[in-house]
Structures are given as C-alpha cells and as structure tokens.
Design a protein around this ligand. Structure first.
Ligand code: 7PJ
Length: 268
C-alpha cells in the first residue's frame, strides 16, 4: 500500500482560534511559523482569518481581508508550497487567490451567497467540508440517523451543485468536518468508517488536530496536552484513506507518517 498523504499546516491569523489564536497576528510571526512548518515537512499552508470554533464571533469582510491578505502576499513571496485560504466569504476567496492562494478551504462548502460562482470563476482547488448548522448553532445536540450516510448525501448534493456551476470535479476535495455539528460518538463513527467516503473517488481531507473530541477521550485533557492523541487519531485517518491532514503540529505528524510509510513500503 502506497501512502502519500499531504500535510496541511494550520496558520490562524486570528485573536481567538482555540489553539493558535493570537500567536501569529503580526506578519513577521506568521511568516516565521509558516517557514517553520515548511521546514518540518508541510505540503500546504492553510491561512484562516476567522475562528470557526463553536460560538465564535463572526467578523466583517474587511477584518478578514486585513488579517489574511498581507500574510498570503508575503508567504507567496517566501514559501514554495501551495497556500490555502480557510474562508467562506467569496470576496476573501477572490482576494486570497489574487494574492497567491491556490486552494479554497470552505467549512461552509460554498453555500454562502456567491460562493459557487466565485469558486467557478477562480478555477482553483476547493475543499468542501460538511457541517451541521453554523458556528453558533452547530453544537445544539446534533442528531443523525446515520452520520456517515448523511454526510455522503451532502457530498453528493454539493458535487452536483458544483458541477451545475461549472466547478470541475477534479478540483474538489471532500472533508467530513470533524467536530462541526457532531457529537463525540458521531466523530468516532466518522473516523471508524472514513473509508466509505473513498467511494467518491476524490481526495479526502481531515482535520482532527487538537480538537475537543481528542480532549474528551482523554478525560477532558487541555488543548495544549492533546498532541499524542491527535497524532494517533490523524494517523488512523490516514490508514483509512485520508489524503490531506490539516494539523497544527507538523513535525509530529511528519514523523508519524514517516514511520507508517516505512512500514507499509518496507523500506527506509
Ligand atoms: C477544519 C477546517 C476541518 C477543514 C477548521 C479547528 C477548527 N477546515 N477548519 N477541516 N477545522 N477543511 O481547527 O479545530 O476540520 S477550524
């Protein structure tokens, strides 16, 4: 089995993201962190200007542009790997791509007004993530009959809509959206059955890194102490077919993947 997943390093230029919020608000520290992640083995850098943690405040387009665009411009000059923009706002997608981003990572799966038209026009890669509700409502007791089946149905619908808008299927990446409107048990079921999403024949992206599901499984472990748990869960996702892993801790994940790949390929 050939396992060649890509590592997407998270770079949040926000004051309030749950793990790295406030750390990379100025351009210099953002660039330094991105360069560190590249040196550690990141294949993609994902820039986010708006926290999507449960209950987070929404911000204006201008605020999101001010936070993200200068960082993307600087990164585009200084790093040689693809830059992804974590946004749901069409205006931010556009300016981010003009500034050098080549992947739109939308936790809202292009459901904002104008999102589909913009993604079609920009003609770059798009990650469609599943979530239930929005950041304010998504943790209100989500109920699913069969969570994997329902996410799959959502993917089918969004792929059809994307196709109608002229977004080519080979540009699309799917993500079941761990923690977005799911209970702990739903998240476990999604991870266990992740391989079922391979039926779409598209790359799968997963973001588990330091999420509350890891804390919950480890006796409410604080976010700073979830590295081992999130590394193990991320590697399990890779073994079940994840092609891109969105992580805060590039070095740990790179090491874990190196071990996994060496064993699978029986070579050093
Ligand atoms: C995800 C994301 C995820 C994708 C966030 C966090 C919350 N984008 N953005 N997938 N999570 N595609 O990092 O915990 O799971 S923000």
């Amino acid at each position: 089995m050939k396992i060649q997943p890509k590592i997407m390093g998270v770079l949040n230029v926000t004051p309030d993201s749950f793990f790295d919020g406030g750390k990379y608000l100025d351009i210099d520290s953002a660039i330094k962190q991105a360069q560190l992640m590249v040196a550690q083995g990141a294949d993609i850098i994902d820039i986010g200007g708006e926290s999507t943690r449960p209950g987070a405040e929404t911000i204006t387009i201008d605020e999101e542009l001010e936070r993200t665009i200068p960082v993307i411009e600087a990164l585009f000059e200084q790093v040689r790997i693809p830059i992804s923009i974590d946004t749901s706002k069409p205006e931010v997608m556009q300016q981010a791509v003009f500034a050098g981003a080549s992947l739109i990572n939308d936790v809202n799966a292009l459901q904002a007004d104008g999102g589909l038209e913009m993604a079609a026009r920009l003609d770059c890669d798009v990650c469609l993530m599943h979530r239930r509700g929005n950041t304010k409502t998504m943790q209100n007791k989500p109920i699913y009959n069969d969570v994997v089946e329902e996410i799959g149905r959502f993917f089918t619908q969004r792929l059809e809509v994307c196709s109608n808008f002229g977004i080519k299927r080979d540009k699309i990446i799917l993500d079941p959206g761990f923690g977005f409107g799911k209970t702990l048990i739903h998240n476990l079921e999604i991870l266990k059955r992740l391989g079922e999403f391979k039926n779409f024949g598209l790359p799968l992206l997963v973001g588990i890194s330091r999420k509350s599901m890891i804390g919950a499984l480890l006796n409410d472990r604080d976010v700073d102490d979830r590295l081992i748990g999130s590394t193990v869960a991320t590697i399990m996702a890779v073994q079940k077919g994840a092609n891109i892993v969105r992580v805060h801790d590039v070095l740990a994940i790179k090491d874990a993947l190196t071990i996994l790949q060496s064993v699978e390929e029986e070579r050093a």
